[in-house]
Design a binder for this molecule. Structure first.
Ligand SMILES: *Cc1c(COP(=O)(O)O)cnc(C)c1O
Length: 372
């Protein structure tokens, strides 16, 4: 590693994870979710890798993210599903980005943009809310949305290619109930004259555990990055390889006496004479301050717990009498099968989930794509 800190991303692991999840889910198609800068891993290189590894489609939350992939020259099928009143659907049509609409206003805006562009082959998907109470049309709104979509189809403004929903991971029963509601709504859509060929509901968790949710396509996010969506099954047990290794070079080493205060508020004091090591990563880089005194770090093959408050740019590790030098590598998380701490360990230390740990790694940390 040449930088003082880096998030090393193993693109081979991401390709492996896609293949593994496809095999396990047996779904006919896979959409690879690369929103939020590919969960912090770097949207463009990750998207390229996933397309080469056989993803049928890429997905982002909003159109801005999708257009950035087009700008980078990625021409694979792309779907985005979270829009506001400012969303420029004309830009989506111009760059061949498919959108999933949640209401009549969005649908009409796409139809208007299609007419203005005199585009003849605009397809949209419809997002249905079957329980999360977030975006998507509620079951009682769906009928009006289907009817309006059928009108636009008759006018040849657009075509509805798919229907999507998102499940809550509350329990298998709750998820199955959402899928039941969803397939009922799909029937309603067909009765309204639509012919959506792509029904999709499952993200990583449901793709792995709720066969009824797999339908025509699964939408894979966290599992592609080698992390588990479950509390009771590790990524290793799922056959996934964590793609991101977060590491830094030790910036300072200091021998201190017993009773030395460490970092702000002296939240930690050394119990005896010891060696303190400074790691140049902090909450400015997305290391949760919440994990002060709890987050693990591997240095020289041993795993320690950080001491004192995690600051904006740095935190401290007490290595006792171990021989650690400036420039040595400190690994915050990586692949547990190599004996490194995991993103899950940091999530537990900060009372959050692995998704948040990797996604929040900040812009000051260079992403590198060489050998792990
Ligand atoms: C983020 C997202 C996913 C991916 O979820 P994971 O749990 O990371 O697999 C799938 N579908 C939608 C609609 C999403 O917003």
């Amino acid at each position: 590693m040449t930088e003082s800190r880096e998030a090393a991303v193993d693109l081979d692991a991401i390709a492996h994870n896609l293949r593994t999840l496809r095999e396990k889910s047996q779904a006919p198609r896979a959409l690879a979710v690369v929103k939020a800068n590919a969960y912090g891993h770097g949207a463009v290189p990750v998207a390229r890798t996933l397309v080469a590894a056989g993803a049928d489609m890429l997905g982002t939350a909003d159109l801005t993210e999708a257009l950035a992939l087009r700008e980078a020259g990625i021409d694979a099928p792309l779907l985005c599903w979270l829009h506001g009143p400012e969303t420029d659907f004309g830009a989506a049509i111009a760059r061949n980005v498919e959108v999933a609409v949640s209401n009549v206003e969005q649908l009409d805006a796409v139809a208007d943009a299609a007419r203005r562009a005199t585009a003849s082959d605009v397809s949209v998907q419809i997002k249905l809310d079957t329980g999360l109470s977030r975006n998507g049309a509620a079951p009682e709104e769906a009928g009006a949305l289907f009817a309006r979509a059928a009108e636009h189809e008759r006018d040849r403004a657009l075509r509805v290619s798919g229907l999507m929903t998102h499940v809550s991971n509350t329990s298998p029963e709750d998820d199955r109930e959402q899928v039941r509601v969803f397939t009922g709504l799909a029937q309603e859509a067909r009765s309204a004259g639509l012919r959506p060929e792509l029904l999709h509901a499952a993200a990583t968790a449901a793709a792995l555990r709720i066969p009824e949710a797999r339908l025509d396509m699964v939408r894979l996010g966290i599992g592609l990055y080698g992390l588990t969506p479950f509390d009771d099954e590790t990524s290793q047990e799922l056959g996934l390889r964590p793609a991101m290794t977060l590491r830094a070079r030790v910036a300072a080493v200091r021998r201190v006496p017993a009773g030395a205060g460490v970092s702000y508020s002296y939240a930690h004091r050394t119990e005896r004479e010891t060696t303190l090591v400074l790691v140049p990563l902090g909450y400015g880089d997305g290391i949760p301050r919440q994990a002060s005194g709890a987050g693990p770090v591997s240095i020289g093959g041993r795993v320690y717990t950080n001491v004192g408050r995690i600051a904006m740019d740095q935190f401290v590790v007490d290595v006792g009498d171990a021989a650690v030098s400036v420039g040595d590598e400190a690994v915050l998380f990586g692949d547990a099968s190599r004996g490194e701490p995991s993103a899950d360990d940091w999530a537990n230390a900060a009372s959050t989930i692995n998704y948040e740990i990797v996604t929040r790694i900040g812009g000051r940390v260079p992403r590198t794509y060489g050998e792990a």
